[in-house]
Design a protein around this ligand. Structure first.
Ligand SMILES: N[C@@H](CCC(=O)N[C@@H](CS)C(=O)NCC(=O)O)C(=O)O
Length: 294
């Protein structure tokens, strides 16, 4: 009998802290804070606490798109939350998001601070606040929201399912990889069929549906996630690739991808953003070179 079929669950599950895998050190079966730590607050009304994972990038792309449209109220401070170090379990972060996951947004523009958590809820909040990237026509708006919620329900199969078992799990389990590879390919085909007849996810308007779906499925289609491009033959999804290239070429998307980024070329990493000029003066290559602007 192989090791993947030998496990027989006991009657009661117990937390095995040494279960292995990429995230074993941060995964816990208990919610809430592990330590006291306030969140920093900068000078802009919008305070983002995040990291440039696909879920984090959705929000920084949205904020950069709003700023590109001229919404000055969308100026923001982006603070780094290092999830590998457990920052998401600090008391201040848990107050902003009781689910202890990035991204979390605090809006200080009203009479009392408003917290917003879950990337889809943050995109919808910002779209409604600024009246942008969500069609006003009721049918188009409904279509955009359907695709936004499709993303929220679907991406865990790609990330927590395929990505986890293909790239991060301590053992390769054929059953799990097969199941989630099949589902991820099915989802890519859903998108490919929609994008065969539509320029953007919800029709002819770029919207929060594109902003939500692109970091996960655009990233997957371009072979950027989990080194799984060849395995899933992602080049076959021609319409997804066309759409992913078009969105990836947008200047606001290029900027949004850099914010709270801790990996890759130091020129592409703006670990914290507090001003639009930071893209020119505070990328990691410049900070490491010892010549940051004051
Ligand atoms: N549904 C959530 C998912 C957020 C999420 O899974 N965030 C991950 C990074 S991509 C995280 O913070 N993980 C830390 C942890 O699980 O402790 C959203 O879209 O905001």
């Amino acid at each position: 009998m192989s090791s993947e079929t030998a496990y027989s669950p006991p009657s009661v599950w117990h937390w095995n802290k040494d279960s292995g895998g990429r995230f074993a050190n941060i995964n816990r079966p208990i919610a809430g804070a592990t330590h006291e730590k306030d969140l920093p607050v900068g000078r802009h009304p919008l305070q983002l606490y995040s990291l440039a994972t696909p879920n984090g990038v959705k929000v920084t792309v949205m904020l950069e798109e709003l700023l590109a449209l001229g919404h000055r109220g969308a100026e923001y401070d982006a603070w780094l939350i290092e999830i590998g170090k457990g920052d998401q379990f600090g008391s201040g972060f848990v107050a902003a998001n009781p689910n202890s996951k990035i991204p979390a947004l605090m809006d200080h523009s009203g009479t009392k601070p408003q917290r917003v958590f879950e990337s889809g809820a943050i995109l919808l909040y910002l779209a409604e606040k600024f009246g942008a990237f969500l069609p006003t026509d009721p049918a188009k708006r409904t279509e955009a929201l359907s695709w936004l919620f499709w993303q929220m329900g679907s991406a865990p199969y790609l990330g927590g399912g395929f990505g986890h078992f293909y790239a991060y799990a301590p053992i390769k389990i054929e059953y799990a990889i097969d199941r989630f590879a099949m589902e991820t390919k099915r989802q890519l085909d859903v998108l490919d069929k929609q994008l065969a007849d539509n320029e953007f996810m919800a029709g002819d308007e770029y919207s929060i549906a594109d902003i939500a779906i692109w970091p996960w499925y655009g990233g997957m289609a371009k072979g950027l996630l989990y080194d799984g491009g060849e395995f899933l033959q992602v080049q076959d999804y021609k319409h997804v690739n066309r759409w992913a290239d078009a969105i990836g070429a947008r200047p606001a998307v290029k900027r949004g991808r850099m914010v709270n980024r801790m990996q890759g070329d130091p020129k592409s990493q703006l670990r914290e953003r507090h001003d639009a000029s930071d893209f020119d003066t505070r990328t990691q290559d410049k900070l490491e070179g010892g010549t940051p602007a004051s």
